[in-house]
Structure formats: C-alpha cells, structure tokens
Design a protein around this ligand. Structure first.
Ligand code: G6P
Ligand code: MG
Length: 218
C-alpha cells in the first residue's frame, strides 16, 4: 500500500521557473524606492505572500519604511510589483516549465495519487493555463481563502482537504524555507527542491525538480 494519497505542489520554483521573475520585479520596485536588494535576499522572499514580501523589503530599507506608509500606499506598491510580474510572465508557454515538471505530474497521476497546488501566488491559476498543466492538477488551494499565509500550515492543510487526503498521507514539495515549515507544521512529509543547507527542515531534499521521482517515495 502506498505511503501517500496526495502530493501537494508549490508552483514558483518547483513547477514553474518563476521564482527569479518574482525577485526581479521586487528588485525593480526596490530600486525605485531606493532600497537595494542584494541577491541573497531572494531566498527570504521565496514562498512569502505579496504583502508579506513588501513588508520585508520596506523593513530592509530601514525601520521607518513600513510605519510611515499607509495601508493604501502599500497596496499601490504591491500592485506595482504585481504589474511588473504579470507583464514578465504574460508570454510564458509550456517551454517555460522547469525541466521535469510535466513528467513529475504525470508520474504522480499514474501512481494513482491526487495532485493539489499549494502556491501563495494569486497568479497561479492563469499561469497553470499558460504552462499547459492545469488539467493535470486536481485542486488549487486559494491563498485568499486561508487565514494565515506560509510559513503557517493553513494553505497546505486546505490543499489536502480539497483532495480529501489526511495530512499524514500527503507529500508536500517546496523550494522555500517558509513553505517547508508550512508542510512540516501541517504534519506532512516535506520534500525540498534546492539546497539541503538552506532547506534544513525538509525530510528529503532533491537538487532540482528534474531529479524528483515519485517512485522513490512510495
Ligand atoms: C510565491 C512566490 C513568492 C510570491 C508569492 C505571492 O510563493 O514564491 O515570491 O511573493 O507566491 O505571489 P503573487 O503572484 O500572489 O504576488
Ligand atoms: Mg516556491
């Protein structure tokens, strides 16, 4: 009997090669605000939702950055970053999937497991369509419908609920530190995609999506 009933996927940096596109959009906004984001800052923003990312960036610019701005001013800044991001991904096609992404989804389906998406991104549904993988995914957890964003477990728990799986029988796959914490706090098994010295709380780490094989986990 397989160990899992469902695999819950993050999107940016796991299926889609979009993690660096999010960061490029934040960097552009940062430059406009006089806040320089060094390359190492990318790791801190992975998996963090839009407003949470903006708060981290404003705090990086100095202690006044957040408190001196109204909620409306912050919303305008977050919208501006989103306009840079959506313009950059407008031309994404199936060729922009991370290597192995489609094969991984197909193997998980062929193994009889459910697939749900647990992405913090509000842009996930149109991106899945553009990448041509929407039909391979059984359910998409809506980040706007859960109480707390990653690193809270809510989004992964919602993804599991949508496909009728109990947390102990879910495998979560993530490229972010925040996401791995969510998966572990949800009581699931966590696979990190990336660097084991960064994704230290993951149960397993695989360097790239291309090297992930569901058969290794069943
Ligand atoms: C993903 C990315 C984050 C991004 C978040 C929200 O988790 O890793 O970098 O901030 O989604 O994305 P959104 O498209 O809603 O701004
Ligand atoms: Mg990610």
């Amino acid at each position: 009997m397989p160990r899992f009933d469902a695999v819950l996927f993050d999107l940016d940096g796991v299926l889609a090669d979009t993690a660096h596109i999010h960061f490029a959009a934040w960097r552009r906004l940062g430059e406009e605000l006089g806040i320089h984001l060094e390359p190492a800052f990318e790791e801190k923003l992975k998996g963090v939702d839009r407003m949470g990312s903006l708060e981290l960036i404003l705090a990086h610019g100095g202690p006044e950055g957040s408190v001196t701005r109204t909620a409306e001013e912050k919303r305008v800044l977050a919208d501006r970053k989103n306009s840079y991001y959506t313009a950059a991904i407008a031309e994404q096609t199936p060729d922009d999937l991370l290597p192995g992404a489609r094969r991984v989804l197909e193997e998980v389906r062929a193994a009889g497991l459910k697939i749900a998406l647990a992405s913090a991104s509000r842009n996930a549904p149109p991106l899945l369509q553009q990448l041509g993988i929407a039909s391979l995914i059984d359910a998409i957890a809506d980040p706007a419908a859960v109480k707390a964003p990653k690193p809270a477990p809510d989004l992964f728990l919602e993804a599991a609920r949508l496909v009728g799986a109990v947390p102990e029988r879910c495998l979560g796959i993530e490229d972010s530190v925040a996401g791995i914490i969510s998966i572990k706090d949800a009581g699931m098994v966590a696979v990190g995609i990336g660097d084991p010295t960064v994704l230290t709380s993951a149960d397993y780490v695989v360097p790239t999506t291309e090297q992930f094989h569901i058969g290794d986990f069943l």
